[in-house]
Design a protein around this ligand. Structure first.
Ligand code: G3H
Length: 251
């Protein structure tokens, strides 16, 4: 079994101005030392260049939160892969539940975006999947997540999928203060690994980094990270403050 390095990424969603991002970066750089945990900040588009410059010469990665699947065109408000490449981002979140819920993201567009990123760049996608409360209460979480993974990865080759990150984010646990129990997080991350093994092979399933996301904070990070199949976390609210985020990285 491959030894996967823990990877804890922040998702700032629609928070922080450039000035605030720079202040965060300066403070966070001082704190992020002597750790074997990989990290990145996925920030709004307007802050990506600022963060790339601020984190230059460190191991702290920078990610976008979305990308269009076309290179260019009449798509008002969208950002393309060549634009992200020019900034030099390391990661890009794809298919976050907030994109699916509020901006009509579908498994079909998620799939096109993943193909674009993986076939035409070295940018690592962080694919988000997860069920809503109604689906969880109906006991359908495994079916929902399995179907999302199958549809989102459709047509992608094993070597491409092997370098992805997949974040299991139950929608009912995002920003609600309700966290999935460490067992629930572990079970769903294990399910994702089994689906990958079925679709590809053991090598792919061993290499993919699987994160849990949903109300992760310093107080619950140790328990979540200690579940066998959880390789990391995608952190929303608690990634906005350098000391809180560092508290999770130091789980
Ligand atoms: O991408 C991050 C997730 O949506 C989790 O957000 P949260 O930590 O604020 O619950």
């Amino acid at each position: 079994m491959a030894l996967r390095i823990p990877f804890i990424a922040g998702n700032w969603k629609m928070f922080k101005t450039n000035k605030e991002a720079l202040e965060f970066a300066e403070e966070f750089k001082k704190l992020y030392q002597d750790t074997d945990v990989k990290t990145a900040i996925c920030a709004p588009f307007t802050q990506l260049e600022t963060l790339k410059k601020a984190f230059a010469g460190t191991c702290i990665g920078v990610g976008a939160q979305n990308m269009h699947f076309e290179d260019e065109g009449a798509f008002t408000g969208e950002i393309s892969l060549p634009m992200l490449k020019e900034i030099g981002v390391d990661y890009c979140i794809i298919g976050h539940s907030e994109r699916r819920q509020y901006f009509a993201e579908t498994d079909e567009t998620v799939n096109l975006k993943l193909k674009k990123l993986l076939n035409e760049s070295d940018i690592v996608p962080i694919l988000c999947v997860g069920e809503n409360l109604e689906q969880r209460e109906a006991g359908k979480e495994s079916e929902i997540v399995e179907n999302q993974i199958k549809a989102d990865l459709d047509g992608l080759s094993a070597d491409k999928v092997a370098r992805m990150v997949i974040a299991y984010e139950p929608i009912w646990a995002i920003g609600t203060g309700k966290t999935a129990s460490a067992e629930q997080a572990g079970e769903m991350c294990a399910l994702i690994r089994r689906v990958l093994e079925k679709l590809y092979d053991e090598d792919v399933c061993d290499q993919v980094t699987i994160q849990y996301g949903g109300s992760v904070k310093p107080e619950n990070a140790t328990e979540i990270m200690n579940m066998g199949e959880v390789d990391g976390a995608l952190v929303g609210g608690a990634s906005l403050k350098p000391d809180k985020f560092m508290g999770i990285i130091n789980f």
